[in-house]
Design a protein around this ligand. Structure first.
Ligand code: AOF
Ligand code: ZN
Length: 330
């Protein structure tokens, strides 16, 4: 197998753990001898062994080291996080050649992992399928490059662009199949951000109810109120309440929280604040075929549209009676 084919195997291996590795990146590793894979491993779970360690643990230690190459999709770490540095384990293994996919954008690692290997006389190649590795870790790269989480906004809209009825007379806008789809969107993100009105009026749980293992998103409530009724479903799991209207401030207070991505599920006020501040990268709209009419509250005002906020439509398909459309920042 070629270098690219081998890196593709490591990348495919990593992707199986998308929901349990987050907010860490997905990483896969292989040990190769004469073009043949003889050990493999992945970063399976946040806080647990990194990919290189799982891979080296699967390697027959009696083999001569000279003709072994380690493939790893992300630059090996060189810091003490929840686990010790992978660079030390690689050096101790005696392997003399390492092929890396992408450099780690985490400032605790960036470039230092490679340097440590080079200093130990290991032959290092990097940049093999680097952009594919970055794509597989879109949220992780975004957070470290932009120093803020990747924000996705989800809205459910009536056919006439309304968020809800002013008198609270309509409970659900979209079908249960569309609401089921939202569970997967929640599962992909590291946090869910909402506002006080949504928690008070809708009494949502805001967790990801899916039938596969995931690290549940953290719950973040943007509100100036502090004495919440803890009997509301939202408080069934720990919640961070942030009292600030300045979204940059909010991000600042989240920077140490290990949150690479957040899904905003909120009402028009908070959603418009994110859009006006240019702090949303992706917007997912679930649109019902039914109108709400004059008793409705509009998602957008003053003739504003998603396109006017600088988004372009990328895909749409129907789920039961509703249409799901994804927009990304131009
Ligand atoms: C690797 N191999 O498989 C992964 C890496 O808190 P820790 O110890 O789990 O470290 C997390 C950081 O390590 C993470 O932010 C990223 O920079 C790097 N992830 N590195 O060598 C792996 N998952
Ligand atoms: Zn590591």
């Amino acid at each position: 197998m070629t270098q690219i084919e081998l890196m593709q195997v490591a990348l495919d291996l990593s992707k199986d753990f998308k929901f349990t590795a987050k907010p860490n990146p997905v990483v896969g590793a292989l040990v190769v001898r004469n073009g043949e894979i003889i050990a493999q491993g992945a970063h399976e779970s946040w806080g647990k062994n990194h990919a290189e360690i799982n891979c080296l643990n699967n390697l027959d230690k009696t083999l001569p080291k000279d003709d072994l190459t380690l493939y790893v999709t992300l630059e090996p770490c060189n810091h003490f996080g929840k686990t010790p540095p992978c660079t030390d384990a690689i050096i101790q293994s005696g392997i003399k050649k390492v092929v890396i996919g992408a450099l780690d954008p985490n400032p605790k690692v960036a470039g230092q992992g490679i340097q440590k290997l080079i200093d130990a006389n290991i032959d290092v190649v990097h940049g093999v399928l680097a952009s594919e590795v970055a794509d597989a870790n879109k949220f992780f790269f975004f957070r470290h490059i932009h120093k803020r989480p990747f924000i996705t906004i989800k809205i459910a809209s009536s056919s006439d662009g309304m968020s809800h009825a002013e008198d609270g007379s309509i409970k659900w806008i979209t079908s249960s199949a569309a609401r089921e789809d939202v569970q997967h969107l929640r599962a992909e993100h590291d946090a869910i951000i909402t506002g006080g009105n949504t928690v008070r009026n809708d009494n949502p749980q805001m967790n990801a109810r899916v039938n596969y293992p995931i690290n549940q998103p953290k719950k973040i409530l943007l509100s100036s109120e502090s004495n919440w009724d803890k009997g509301l479903k939202f408080f069934g799991a720990p919640v961070s309440i942030i009292d600030s209207r300045d979204l940059q401030d909010v991000f600042h207070s989240l920077i140490d929280e290990d949150i690479c991505s957040a899904l905003v599920e909120a009402g028009p006020k908070l959603v418009n604040a994110f859009l006006e501040d240019g702090l949303c990268e992706e917007l997912v709209v679930y649109q019902s075929p039914d109108p709400i009419g004059p008793k409705g509250v509009s998602w957008f005002h003053d003739g504003n549209t998603i396109e006017k906020f600088g988004f372009k439509h990328t895909s749409s398909y129907t789920i039961d009676r509703d249409k799901k459309t994804t927009f990304v920042k131009c």
